[in-house]
Ligand binder design. Structure first.
Ligand code: HEC
Ligand code: HEC
Ligand code: HEC
Ligand code: HEC
Ligand code: HEC
Length: 500
């Protein structure tokens, strides 16, 4: 068998071009097999080696295959002989004798062609599969995709492949995404990409399709208790509590409306925005459960005429609120508070909150400057102002520095110009964004009715910047000036939980 193959190869590779083709095909085939086994065993996960295995090898393989007939043709021209004459010269008579199913040579060529097509199809399929892995998306263009990759790995969706959210189902979406990929490779190669990368408002797969694979609105009911602890910038980093009972119900008969009202089966909200940042909205249309439509205009932005025409209208879906479901960049103060609350940053260190926040948010010019700057800020402060603490608690201080350095590195990405707050989350209403983009006094309907925006529509309030975590559940003091509000909030909370 091997001898036959050798004779066949020798017969075909008539000159150096043909020989080169044969050598390429054989070596690529063997190396491909080795790499493929290594991939299957999980020994190789590097995106570049993956690209070599599934893109470069198959391409080389095809080039090798093409060289063989080219070599043959050139040789034929040089010798001025007909194909038949050359065949007689290169092969044994028994190989080229025509039989019922063609000559042996012909059958060998057909068999090898079928084999080649199979090999290339497998490589192609493996390549598509590999290019769909989160690992490939996250690391192939390392400098560009690194922020998304880093945040993704720490998110609740770290096991959901990128393509689940970013590529649609079906062949169209697959082709569109691969074409888009080629465009992105070109942008990356020539350094033409945007920094930071704009949000994929138009190309993201409809969230209703993707997210609802795993979460669906009817599943959201009731409320979710949320405790925020803020620490003051004083020497004790004194805690201060805000406790909310967030209403997340999709609403419906017998149920209180909550945040998922917008995505329930019966309702729909469409909006028009000044630009793709979707931070300044102009026009809202809300389809109610009974099919009627309410329209609200933003009276402070009426100059944006296109809104009135309803162009570029977007139907609100999950990512209009959960825009940071996966690529979660934290607010500096929130994350410092969270580390203190979890006990990872030691509140026993004087002025810890103030110093940690100052170290994180100082304007460093590079990642290296940030790493050094954070250490200097913390170490210098305690050495100067609390020398005994700096000595006794030096291990705790090292831990503080380490945590802050890691936090800085996951949230600020210099190369992509991602700063604190570049990608704000729209769950909540920090800096009047999030829910307040629509639920604010500027949005009025045609008959002058202001859109609802009272504080207890979206959450009951159990404590607001208070020393007590459940401030409003305690009995109001007789003479307290805020007694009516206190009693109102307490009653509202009790009614909302018992209405379920
Ligand atoms: C659970 C769904 C989900 C997964 C999984 C996911 N993304 Fe995203 N991605 C999103 C959403 C949602 C947005 C922002 C949409 C918005 O703001 O409206 C986004 C935005 C982005 C952006 C634009 C920059 C930004 O942060 O807005 C990039 C780039 C990106 N994703 C890459 C990736 C990569 C690479 C992976 C895999 C490592 C991945 N995504 C996995 C949902 C996902
Ligand atoms: C393949 C399944 C899957 C898909 C698709 C998916 N998720 Fe999730 N999601 C999960 C899992 C699993 C969790 C973690 C649940 C937990 O920790 O209790 C989660 C958690 C969440 C949470 C709660 C996070 C928290 O801090 O409690 C939100 C919000 C969320 N997903 C929104 C989305 C949005 C928006 C999309 C679409 C862009 C989406 N998910 C797509 C599986 C998925
Ligand atoms: C109007 C804004 C808004 C929209 C639209 C929205 N959500 Fe939410 N979602 C919220 C808020 C607010 C919470 C509570 C957040 C918290 O507790 O931090 C929440 C909580 C969740 C949770 C956690 C639920 C739990 O039980 O803890 C999941 C999962 C989730 N949303 C998925 C989705 C999906 C999927 C969609 C689209 C079908 C969607 N959301 C649409 C605002 C929204
Ligand atoms: C894109 C605009 C938009 C955003 C952003 C938005 N909403 Fe709404 N929301 C609306 C519109 C429009 C209505 C319907 C108002 C009406 O029927 O009068 C509505 C209705 C609601 C309702 C039902 C009110 C009721 O009882 O009739 C709740 C609850 C609600 N929103 C909570 C939220 C929360 C929480 C957020 C942020 C996480 C949020 N919304 C973000 C546009 C928005
Ligand atoms: C349209 C819905 C909506 C309205 C109206 C609303 N909130 Fe909120 N608010 C939210 C949501 C959703 C969150 C939760 C964000 C999160 O999951 O972190 C929140 C969070 C908060 C927080 C905690 C924020 C933080 O980061 O510490 C406070 C405090 C708060 N709301 C106070 C108020 C007050 C006071 C009002 C009335 C002026 C109000 N809210 C009106 C939806 C609303």
């Amino acid at each position: 068998m091997i001898n036959k193959y050798k004779n066949f190869i020798r017969g075909l590779s008539v000159n150096n071009i043909g020989k080169t083709g044969v050598i390429i095909v054989t070596t690529v085939f063997i190396t491909f097999l080795i790499f493929e086994v290594a991939h299957t065993l999980g020994l190789i996960r590097n995106a570049y080696l993956g690209l070599i295995t599934y893109l470069a090898f198959p391409l080389l393989f095809v080039v090798g295959l093409i060289l063989i007939p080219i070599g043959w043709r050139i040789y034929q021209k040089e010798q001025g002989k007909s194909t038949r004459e050359l065949l007689n010269e290169q092969f044994e008579a028994s190989d080229i004798q025509t039989k019922f199913a063609g000559s042996r040579l012909f059958r060998t060529i057909v068999a090898l062609t079928v084999l080649n097509v199979i090999i290339l199809s497998i490589a192609g399929a493996r390549m598509l599969h590999f290019m769909d892995s989160a690992y490939f998306c996250g690391t192939a263009c390392h400098t560009v995709m690194n922020p998304e990759w880093v945040t993704y790995q720490q998110s609740p969706h770290a096991r959901v492949p990128c393509i689940e959210c970013h590529v649609g189902e079906g062949v169209d979406a697959l082709i569109a995404s691969k074409l888009n990929g080629v465009r992105q490779m070109y942008l990356a190669a020539f350094n033409l990409y945007h920094r930071p990368i704009p949000t994929p408002v138009h190309t993201l797969r409809p969230a209703r399709e993707t997210c609802e694979h795993c979460h669906w609105p009817e599943k959201f009911y009731g409320q979710r208790l949320q405790r925020h602890v803020r620490y003051a910038m004083d020497s004790l980093s004194t805690p201060c509590y805000t406790t909310l009972n967030i209403k997340i119900d999709a609403g419906g008969p017998g149920r209180e409306n909550g945040a998922h009202w917008h995505v329930s089966q019966t309702n729909q909200v469409a909006y028009t925005s000044v630009d793709d940042k979707r931070e300044r909205l102009v026009l809202l249309k809300a389809r109610q459960a009974d099919g009627s439509i309410k329209t609200y205009f933003n009276k402070s932005l009426l100059e944006f005429e296109k809104a009135a025409k309803g162009e570029d209208e977007r139907i609100m879906d999950c990512v209009d609120c959960h825009n940071r479901a996966t690529h979660i960049y934290r607010d500096a103060e929130d994350i410092v508070d969270e580390f203190i609350r979890r006990g990872e940053l030691d509140r026993g260190l004087p002025f810890l909150k103030e110093q940690a926040l100052a170290a994180l948010t100082a304007g460093y010019r590079s990642p290296e400057a940030a790493q050094n700057g954070i250490r200097n800020q913390i170490v210098n402060f305690y050495q100067q102002h609390y020398p005994s603490v700096a000595i006794e608690k030096s291990r705790e201080l090292d831990r503080v520095v380490e945590i802050l350095q890691n936090t800085h590195a996951t949230n600020r990405h210099y190369h992509m110009r991602i700063e604190w707050g570049t990608y704000p989350s729209h769950v909540g209403h920090k800096k009047k964004l999030g829910c307040f983009r629509c639920h604010n006094a500027d949005f009025k309907s045609e008959n002058g009715e202001v859109i609802k925006h009272n504080c207890t529509m979206c959450h009951s309030i159990l404590a607001l910047d208070s020393a007590e975590p459940y401030q409003f559940l305690e009995q109001a003091k007789e003479d307290a000036p805020d007694r009516p509000m206190h009693e109102y909030l307490q009653k509202e909370f009790l009614e909302s939980i018992f209405s379920e």
